[in-house]
Design a binder for this molecule. Structure first.
Ligand SMILES: [Zn+2]
Ligand SMILES: [Zn+2]
Ligand SMILES: [Zn+2]
Length: 537
């Protein structure tokens, strides 16, 4: 009996020693790899609550003011939470800087509520070429979620771009986070503790753009987790314009090879459009996914026929679906009929999805991956200035998805401003097999030279046949497609005549699934007149 007791004691001591050995030597290190698994302890294990793991699961009281320190419970190496507490690392400031229109980075201010900390920086950006002007992405209220500034320098050479890169690294003490290249165009993202900087050089335009934004801008990961077993597919959802009482609307769902989904926009704030997305997710989710997983929800711009469904979907399905990330870039100033006062509301809605990361600053040139799919951002509102914004549509985030050996371009509602800017991208960067036709094919949209550059064999056209905006319920699609409404439809004329376009799929034909890679078969066009006759009230 005595010997058994001694043996148990010895075992306990050995285990205790093991526990202590695995303790991190630097106690102040923030543990980023803290386990979220349920604590499991081997039989005979004796806890030793000596670990200072600063993660949510051990948090007693969160500190909300900068400089103050949250309180955590000590823990055992096995994961078990102890009774005693310790003070964690101080809450850091999250900075945003003010930048003058001539390129002086003036002051860094903390954006955390209740914190008034600020530091004078007075760092002058180098000059190159001609400073064409500055675009304020917000009304410079640093407490806003955004206070980014974009300076545009024209008549620049590649060496000017290189000068800026040196300045950010050597003078501003920035770390280079990502660098991208599209043909001769260059894009780099930098960070220091006060701001995030994005630098672009469009060779054909001879322009350098310098974006200075919040220090906590997130940069999407470039890691490709590798392709899975599922055949990727793309759905063009038939947005319910009748229920919304408007024309337009845009909603796409893409299934990745790992069974997760990408949603692009979503349509109107109606139960019909929310349900259309949910139906595709639930009918196609792999059996081993407890809930459908949206790996990325992309919002092209803030118009209600695009972002509206997010509200309805959030209200109805938040408990039934998981969203891992939202991807977008909204201006915080009024552009056409897009008002900054709305932005916060939409971002709050996104943030209400537990576990979702908000990638709120997509920049052109950015590349990142999902399972078997690579995203390239081709244009954002940041690229338009100093061109005119034709409307809020010219704030669309345009991007390309390469998946299953094919390329799909989503143009959102891009109009002339963005269209002209994308002409500075190399042909192979914009070339795609499948193209979402810009701005529903309405009067103002991308130009035909961009469509020729994209050179798609399949066109996805998000438009109804029937005019649901008026009581006349006349035809909307066919007269525009055939160019009989105004003489401004030269783009549509080009699409209609392009031999390289093998198939045009109009949204109102019904929700269409394209298995990827998709080979167009059958007639190029549906019988639009017959479909209109069928659908009109
Ligand atoms: Zn602060
Ligand atoms: Zn639209
Ligand atoms: Zn729009």
């Amino acid at each position: 009996m005595k010997r058994l007791f001694a043996l148990l004691l010895l075992l306990s001591l050995l285990c205790l020693a093991g526990c202590l050995e695995s303790e991190t030597p630097d106690e102040t290190t923030i543990d980023t790899a803290a386990t979220t698994a349920e604590p499991t302890s081997a039989p005979g294990h004796v806890h030793s609550f000596t670990q200072k793991v600063q993660s949510e699961q051990y948090l007693l009281r969160g500190a909300t003011t900068c400089g103050s320190r949250p309180t955590y419970y000590f823990s055992c190496a096995c994961g078990e939470k102890g009774d005693k507490t310790f003070k964690g690392d101080a809450v850091q400031h999250i900075y945003s800087v003010s930048v003058s229109d001539n390129g002086l980075i003036e002051t860094a201010k903390c954006t955390r509520e209740g914190c008034t900390h600020s530091e004078t920086l007075n760092m002058m950006l180098p000059t190159a070429g001609t400073l064409k002007g500055a675009f304020s992405c917000s009304k410079s209220d640093y407490r806003n979620r955004d206070c980014a500034k974009i300076l545009v320098y024209e008549n620049c050479q590649r060496t000017d771009f290189d000068n800026y890169t040196r300045w950010f690294q050597q003078t501003a003490g920035c770390e280079r986070k990502q660098a991208y290249q599209l043909g001769d165009n260059r894009y780099i993202l930098y960070k220091n503790d006060k701001f995030t900087a994005y630098l672009s050089y469009l060779a054909g335009e001879g322009a350098v753009r310098v974006y200075i934004g919040r220090a906590d801008d997130l940069i999407p990961s470039r890691l490709d987790p590798g392709a899975g077993q599922i055949t990727p597919a793309l759905w063009q959802i038939n947005v319910d314009c009748k229920a919304a009482g408007y024309n337009g609307g845009m909603s796409y769902v893409l299934q990745l090879s790992d069974g997760k989904f990408i949603v692009v926009d979503g349509g109107y704030d109606t139960k019909e459009d929310a349900a259309s997305i949910y139906k595709i997710l639930t009918e196609n989710k792999p059996a081993n996914h407890e809930q459908p997983i949206i790996a990325g929800w992309f919002i092209t711009h803030l118009h209600i026929d695009h972002i509206g469904a997010l509200r309805n979907f959030t209200n109805r399905y938040k408990d039934k679906v998981k969203v891992e990330g939202f991807y977008y870039n909204f201006p915080y100033v009024t552009v056409g009929d897009i008002y900054p006062s709305n932005n916060g509301t939409w971002e709050d809605l996104m943030a209400s999805w537990e576990g979702a990361t908000l990638y709120r600053k997509l920049h052109s040139g950015m590349q990142f991956s999902f399972a078997g799919a690579k995203i390239t951002v081709l244009c954002t509102f940041e690229d338009v200035y100093p061109l005119n914004f034709n409307s809020g549509n010219d704030t669309s985030t345009v991007f390309k998805i390469e998946i299953a050996g094919q390329k799909i371009v989503f143009l959102g509602d891009a109009e002339y401003g963005e269209s002209d800017r994308m002409m500075y991208l190399p042909d192979d960067a914009v070339k795609a097999d499948i193209m979402q036709y810009a701005h529903h094919g309405y009067d103002k949209q991308a130009r035909s030279n961009l469509y020729q550059k994209i050179d798609p064999s399949v066109v996805l056209w998000p438009m109804p046949f029937v005019n649901w905006e008026s009581d006349s319920h006349g035809e909307v699609f066919r007269p525009r497609y055939e160019g009989t409404i105004t003489n401004r439809h030269k783009e549509n004329e080009w699409i209609r005549n392009a031999d390289s376009v093998k198939k045009i799929i109009v949204m109102a034909e019904g929700t269409t699934k394209l298995d990827l890679p998709y080979t167009p078969t059958g007639p190029r066009n549906a019988d639009y007149e017959a479909l209109y006759e069928e659908q009109k009230p």
